[in-house]
Design a protein around this ligand. Structure first.
Ligand code: AMP
Length: 219
């Protein structure tokens, strides 16, 4: 059973890769950023609390994200494996996940770090657009939509996330380097970390990830 954690700075391509892997292996993509954006859209209690942090590029407090994630892991589709995209993001979240995995008797999972060049990413992220209807991700520089402002798949309109503005991106990198980067060492010490250089094309990066998955879970 495939259980995968994707870690990397904002814009490293976690979401894009997680979507491809999720389809290829038939396992759910659990993206805490997407879940939180959905809560904001539905104006739930959690969404209202989370929005203030998200708009500034800061992390939503651990307690809120951890309980949201724990609830999600209990859903039926997660029993056949999953790919976690954007969680854990702090050592406290990783510790909570560790506890949850012990409780669920999950002892095999792989952590893949997507490693990228910061300046390339800042450019790539400011060009990112998302479909407001199906969530498909485009990039005006590398993966533009066929028709300006319109989703190729569902004709929804494309928008720029508030947190993809350049100042916010720089703040998100700062947060990543101070809060999330320590997880690289955390998982390396446990012998669970694999690193993929993620500056290349979507296909090339996916090939490296698939090779790691196949070796770890099917080999
Ligand atoms: P993402 O789509 O993964 O880049 O997440 C967008 C925003 O949601 C982040 O900048 C955080 O404010 C928030 N967020 C997503 N996942 C987490 C997490 N695991 N812990 C704390 N905040 C999160």
């Amino acid at each position: 059973m495939i259980r995968l954690l994707l870690i990397g700075p904002p814009g490293a391509g976690k979401g894009t890769q997680a979507t491809i892997i999720s389809k290829k292996y038939g396992i759910p993509q659990i993206a805490t950023g997407d879940m939180l954006r959905q809560e904001v859209k539905s104006a739930t209690d959690l969404g209202t609390k989370a929005k203030a942090f998200m708009d500034k590029g800061e992390l939503v407090p651990d307690s809120l994200v951890i309980s949201m994630l724990e609830k999600r892991l209990k859903e039926k589709d997660a029993s056949k494996g999953f790919i976690l995209d954007g969680f854990p993001r702090t050592v406290a979240q990783a510790d909570a996940l560790d506890g949850k995995f012990k409780e669920l008797k999950i002892d095999k999972f792989v952590v893949i770090e997507l490693k990228v060049n910061e300046e390339n990413i800042i450019q790539r992220l400011s060009a990112r657009r998302v479909c407001n209807s199906c969530g498909k991700i485009f990039n005006l520089m590398t993966e533009p939509p066929k028709k300006d402002g319109t989703c190729d798949d569902c004709n929804g309109s494309l928008y720029q996330r508030d947190d993809d503005k350049e100042v916010t991106i720089r703040e998100r990198f700062k947060v990543y380097n101070s809060k999330t980067a320590p997880l690289i060492e955390y998982y390396a010490k446990k012998g669970m970390l694999k690193t993929v250089t993620a500056d290349g094309s979507i296909e090339a990066i996916n090939k490296s990830i698939a090779a790691i998955i196949d070796k770890a879970f099917n080999g």
